[in-house]
Unconditional design. Structure first.
Length: 418
């Protein structure tokens, strides 16, 4: 009989193993703690959505829509897409559930898996986890700064220091059209200096020629450095709003660099845009990116509603922590381990396990038929605060730094509850 072939995880995905969970949970719990501190409430959305949600909001010319979405037809021939990002689904939920009738802004966050088909590599997964933090319903530029400061605080709380913040404004409906006209004219006149990918973006969505700017060749970057910049075309209102963001960041002590070529890769962004760049290379360097999206809710059938938010990859944060040698002192640990000597009454032990767990005590025992020595070794691996060695007549309670205590089976439950 032939042996069945081994099934492995799909390419571009990864398992978060038990040994990796303490650091993973340190990151996600810190995100949750800070979001609560800043008044952001958790929200969960479906893992798949109507494909039109992302086509309308991300833009038909975006790399996400053209190259990266996991889209399929269900049995009713409806086109569905695994969510490639978190903002559009949260805005869809905001509209669908009438959250505009609640006090504004709606401050929401989620930590969820996202799906993008691309070349897998270190820091780049087809299924990855992301924190999306959104403030919907306010056009106050000070909340842009609040969100930036929240993520800056997260990096500090995690002990990360090798990163910097890049900041730009990409204008609004009033001032961007004139800029795009000037940019298109420049791109057409300089097409011979650009690579194929940049020329394709110039034809479909000119602002995206600046996407992944650092990953482009030196020659293309040098050419784009000569292109018109959006900052030169901002209307007076956009100029003032961007100044407010910078003043609030200055007041909060958040350092930043103005980067006139910084744009975000989705159509829904406007005005403030930013990226936190870490120690990895090229496109993997971006730890978090965000911006204002004042027209997104309208695109999905809602009322005119301003919004701002960011997405932050969990895996990217973990890689940045690894690069800086940051670990966690959170180790797997249980309160009590029952080691079973020869003749130990397993049914009685099962009752003690249930009683202790019902009282909120973490407890485990041997299920691998180890020797007593092996069981004691396992108890050490689990970081047991107490070991109870049970034989056919009695039990011995062992606590670090204390003398062993011998008790009868009948006495043991009372001693453990003390």
């Amino acid at each position: 009989m032939s042996r069945a072939s081994k099934i492995e995880r799909p390419r571009g995905t990864h398992d978060v193993l038990p040994a990796e969970q303490p650091l993973w949970r340190r990151v996600t719990s810190e995100v949750e703690r800070l979001c609560a501190l800043y008044g952001y409430r958790p929200i969960s959305t479906p893992v798949f959505e109507d494909t039109a949600l992302f086509e309308r909001t991300s833009g038909s010319g975006s790399d996400v829509v053209q190259k990266e979405m996991y889209t399929f037809s269900d049995r009713s021939d409806r086109s569905l897409t695994l969510r490639p990002e978190g903002t559009a689904p949260i805005c869809r939920a905001y509209v669908e559930h009438g959250m505009q009738r609640e006090p504004q802004p709606a401050k929401l966050y989620t930590i969820a898996s996202m799906y993008r088909y691309g070349a897998p590599g270190k820091g780049r997964y087809r299924e990855h986890w992301q924190a999306s933090v959104e403030a919907i319903g306010s056009d106050d530029p000070s909340i842009d700064a609040e969100l930036i400061q929240l993520y800056d605080t997260l990096l500090g709380r995690l002990g990360l220091s090798h990163h910097h913040l890049e900041l730009n404004s990409i204008g609004c409906r009033e001032c961007r059209p004139a800029y795009l006209d000037a940019l298109r004219a420049w791109l057409e006149a300089n097409a011979g200096r650009l690579d194929e990918d940049t020329r394709e973006k110039a034809a479909t969505s000119p602002l995206r020629v600046f996407d992944n700017y650092q990953a482009k060749s030196d020659a293309v970057r040098a050419a784009l450095d000569e292109a018109p910049k959006i900052g030169e075309s901002l209307c007076a209102e956009c100029v003032e709003r961007f100044a407010v963001v910078r003043r609030h960041l200055d007041a909060a002590g958040v350092a930043y660099t103005l980067v006139p070529t910084l744009v975000r890769g989705l159509d829904y962004y406007s005005r403030t845009t930013w990226e936190f760049v870490g120690p990895l290379e090229n496109e993997n360097a971006v730890l978090s990116g965000g911006g204002r999206y004042d027209y997104l809710v309208e695109e999905i059938g809602g009322p005119a509603t301003p919004g701002v938010g960011f997405g932050a990859g969990i895996e990217r944060l973990l890689l940045a922590m690894e690069a800086e040698g940051i670990t966690t002192d959170i180790a797997p640990r249980i309160d009590v381990f029952f080691a079973l000597d020869e003749g130990a009454p397993r049914e009685l032990v099962a009752g003690w396990l249930a009683q202790l767990r019902g009282s909120g005590v973490s407890v485990d025992t041997d299920y691998a038929h180890r020797s007593l020595k092996g069981q004691l070794t396992q108890a050490g691996r689990l970081g047991a605060a107490m070991i109870v060695v049970v034989d056919h007549r009695r039990a011995t309670i062992r606590r670090p730094g204390s003398s062993d205590e011998d008790v009868t089976h009948d006495e043991l439950p009372g001693r453990l509850s003390q």
